[in-house]
Design a binder for this molecule. Structure first.
Ligand code: APR
Length: 322
């Protein structure tokens, strides 16, 4: 059986870390594409030359030619401009729409059977645009956001409780923007509600609620926190790890249930709308969207987030980008 072929579009910060992680896990051969001459070739060579040390033997090809992604099984799209301090993800709408349109046209031509994971921001809008331009079935086009946002939420909970993050489970749903929804009631440590542990720690419900709210707010703004610290560019290690977790579930047919930006077709009461929801990822893509019971507050927040995504899509239409 031949190794899977994975095309990574965009050889910037995220694309390069993804290529290295794919190699470390031996998930498949990588083709790293970028429009900047020599950049993907240099990055690919750098990763490839770590092979003896790390013990991987997959190949990493850098290229400026789309023909090289021919018949890729999986395409991960990181092409685009990252935000600068003070910018929201939505400020990237115009510039990244033009990039994603051209990527979608080329993926459609050269890798028509691929499953596609997008990372470029504003995420929900870029996934929508890619799917419309490529005309790929919705189950084969998805976005990475929730795995990262959930990991950020889990990290803050683990630090607050001084408990290993390995035992923390918490999920973030909704659009990948300030209106994302970290789920409070289902956040747990080996089944024990995080809220109970906070109440135990502080001996006071109000204080526990305040601490939880602070973690929720920090999760929502976590991308911006890193942009502010880096001054140029945005987070790249954690988004890359998140995308590779999704890629692994697809390539190894693991059936992991992960928060994924997937196309709602009636689930959660929405039609033809990309949003972060729990979904099962397997060899053929998004094989199931799982509807979970949301509290009335969470339902309201989900609607607010959905409206935010819809407004972005309308903006794209008004600007004739979609
Ligand atoms: N086709 C292919 N690659 C492109 C194109 C294009 N049309 N336009 C730009 N690129 C490449 C750039 O040359 C650059 O190498 O995309 C790469 C982006 O890399 P970085 O600028 O380092 O950005 P990165 O941090 O990797 O983020 C990429 O992911 O999280 C989002 O907001 C982030 O939209 C941004 C994207």
């Amino acid at each position: 059986m031949s190794r899977p072929k994975i095309a990574v579009i965009g050889a910037g910060q995220i694309g390069t870390v993804i290529s290295h992680l794919i190699a470390l896990r031996q998930l498949g051969n990588v083709v790293l594409y970028d429009i900047v001459e020599d950049l993907p070739q240099g990055k690919a060579l750098d990763v490839q030359e770590a092979s003896r040390i790390d013990g991987f033997d997959v190949s990493i090809l850098g290229t400026n030619t789309y023909e090289d992604i021919q018949e890729a099984d999986l395409v991960i799209v990181t092409a685009g401009v990252p935000r600068k301090p003070g910018m929201s993800r939505d400020d990237l709408l115009k510039v990244n729409s033009q990039i994603i349109r051209s990527v979608a046209e080329n993926v459609r031509q050269y890798a028509p059977d691929a499953i596609v994971i997008l990372i470029s921001n504003p995420l929900d809008a870029m996934v929508t645009l890619f799917q419309k331009v490529s005309e790929f079935p919705v189950k084969r086009v998805m976005g990475q956001a929730g795995v990262l946002d959930s990991s950020r939420f889990c990290t803050f909970i683990a630090q607050e409780l001084n408990i290993s993050v390995k035992d923390v489970n918490a999920m973030v749903l909704g659009g990948h923007g300030d209106s994302m929804i970290p789920l409070i009631h289902s956040a747990n440590v080996h089944g024990i509600p995080v809220m109970d542990l906070l109440i135990q720690k502080y001996g006071d419900q109000k204080k526990a609620q305040h601490v939880m709210q602070t973690m929720v707010d920090r999760t929502r703004m976590a991308g911006g926190e890193i942009v502010g610290l880096l001054k140029s560019g945005s987070a790249f290690y954690s988004p890359a790890s998140a995308a590779v977790a999704m890629a692994e579930s697809i390539l190894r047919d693991e059936h992991r249930l992960l928060p994924v930006c997937a196309s709602l077709q009636g689930e959660y009461g929405f039609h033809d709308l990309y949003m972060g929801v729990p979904a099962v990822l397997a060899q053929s893509g998004v094989i199931k969207i799982v509807e979970i019971l949301l509290s009335s507050e969470e339902k309201k927040a989900f609607r607010v987030s959905a409206n935010h995504v819809k407004n972005l899509i309308d903006n794209m239409k008004n600007l004739k980008l979609l």
